[in-house]
Design a protein around this ligand. Structure first.
Ligand code: GLU
Length: 452
């Protein structure tokens, strides 16, 4: 292995990077840290027309959030003189020359010129640590352009100069750069620069196996942050895009990932970015948070009308665990509150007659009418009244109501009971609701429903 190990993440801020793009940064980071090496962050903004600070800032914010730190930072737009001197060197040594562009003349009739690399027309081979031995005949590339002028290097040239000067030992990047590698190796040879070790990572695909793209719904990494994903989960997920530890472990901390990471376990075939899997992983991380931590996250996202509700303090110990059970990301707390899914824990629901009636599949062929349901709810009230207030727990309510529900048909009793308490098609079961609301409030809601 080359020493010292230096990797780099070299994004072009010409558009909003999507989450999959950060997989390259994650691998470069894990590999460098695994070997006690260095990681370079290089913003490739030589295309001044298309690069923007907004995109660059988003890249910096995303990496910072994920905890991917770098040891050195560069911006290609600040390195013009360096590229110029190396271009001049290649021209002086006969490896490059100024030629007229076939793009023709500019507006004043001057022929635009470009700088071309004098192609030695040979076979170039390299051993990619993931893809294996790769050979190219560079003849068909011709004398390719390496700069539009002495002050405007193009991508291939700047990358090679920088990888050389920054002492990059391992170039870790997406598979879409394989075809750029022969050109870059030719330039390295002309500069007398060593060829780094290449690791071209498998493509990232959408679940439909087409290339992941913004157009296909791929999101910026900061969107996950804003939706309340945990950075530990996202880092873990990105590390698994094309790599695994070789056993069935799926939840690995940053330090475990650093310990376990190796190119031997990077696959060649495309890796699928699956939102469902990511949400699952996030939930696993939420489940492992200490109580104080997840409560803080939930409380931060509850709206004021809930936080300041007179019953909030008394009921929160029971309500918060029910919320956490139902979410995969903390952002869903806000969504639940907005869609009214949390209202019934605090306020009596608005009821609609049609929904009080147990739906077809709950009735199991039994007859229903408003009178029948009214009778059932009235009986449920009398059962609940028989429980002393200090014994009014989930278990006790279940014990008392269940035999009656078995006798009448479960759906026939439990559906209207639950609906009367929550006013929603979907909510926790009626025993849970009684437990949270307490005897007085539960009976009040059932009465209100009968009256309705
Ligand atoms: N700037 C290039 C990109 O964003 C990466 C160059 C490289 O990794 O060699 O695709």
């Amino acid at each position: 292995m080359h020493t010292p190990i230096v990797t780099r993440f070299a994004p072009s801020p010409t558009g909003m990077l999507h989450s999959g793009n950060y997989r390259t940064a994650v691998f470069a980071f894990l590999f460098a840290k695994h070997h006690g090496g260095k990681m370079v962050l290089r913003i490739e903004d030589t295309d001044t027309a298309r690069s923007s600070k907004t995109y660059e800032n988003n890249i910096l914010e995303s990496l910072q959030w994920l905890g991917i730190t770098h040891d050195e930072f560069y911006r290609q737009s600040e390195r013009g003189e360096i590229y110029q001197s190396y271009l001049q060197k290649l021209i002086d040594s006969g490896h490059a020359y100024i030629s007229n562009s076939e793009l023709g003349a500019d507006m004043e009739g001057r022929r635009a010129s470009v700088i071309r690399f004098k192609n030695p027309n040979k076979k170039v081979a390299f051993d990619d640590v993931i893809r294996g031995h790769i050979e190219f005949d560079t003849t068909e590339l011709g004398d390719f352009v390496i700069a539009k002028s002495l002050t405007e290097p193009i991508f291939h040239f700047a990358v090679v100069v920088d990888d050389y000067l920054m002492g990059i030992s391992h170039v870790i990047r997406g598979e879409d750069h394989i075809s750029n590698t022969p050109r870059q190796i030719l330039i390295q040879e002309a500069l007398g620069a060593p060829t780094p070790i290449y690791a071209h990572l498998p493509l990232i695909l959408s679940p439909d196996r087409t290339k992941l793209s913004k157009r296909k719904g791929a999101k910026a990494l900061t969107e996950y942050r804003d939706k309340g994903y945990l950075k530990e989960a996202v880092l873990n997920y990105l590390a698994f895009l094309g790599w695994n530890p070789g056993d069935d472990r799926e939840l690995l901390s940053e330090s475990e990932l650093i310990n376990l990471f190796s190119f031997e376990r990077v696959q060649k075939s495309g890796a699928i970015f699956d939102e469902v899997k990511l949400a699952w992983m996030n939930k696993e991380y939420i489940k492992r948070l200490p109580e104080e931590a997840w409560k803080k996250e939930v409380l931060e996202r509850l709206p004021e009308d809930i936080l300041e509700h007179p019953h909030f303090e008394a009921r929160k110990a029971k309500v918060l665990p029910l919320i956490i059970e139902r979410i995969s990301t903390f952002g869903e707390v806000e969504e639940m509150a907005k869609s009214g899914e949390l209202n019934f824990y605090f306020n009596a629901p608005k009821l609609s007659i049609a929904n009080i009636m147990p739906p077809e599949k709950m009735r199991k062929g039994r007859e229903v009418s408003e009178d029948i349901v009214k009778g059932i709810l009235t009986h449920v009230v009398s059962l609940l009244e028989s429980i002393p207030e200090h014994e009014f727990t989930k278990e006790r309510v279940k014990e008392i109501v269940f035999p009656y529900a078995d006798q009448e048909g479960r759906g026939m009793v439990l559906w209207p009971m639950r609906y009367a308490l929550s006013g929603r098609d979907k909510s926790p079961d009626p025993f849970e609701l009684c437990d949270i609301l307490g005897k007085v409030e539960s009976i009040k809601r059932l009465h209100a429903c009968v009256a309705h």
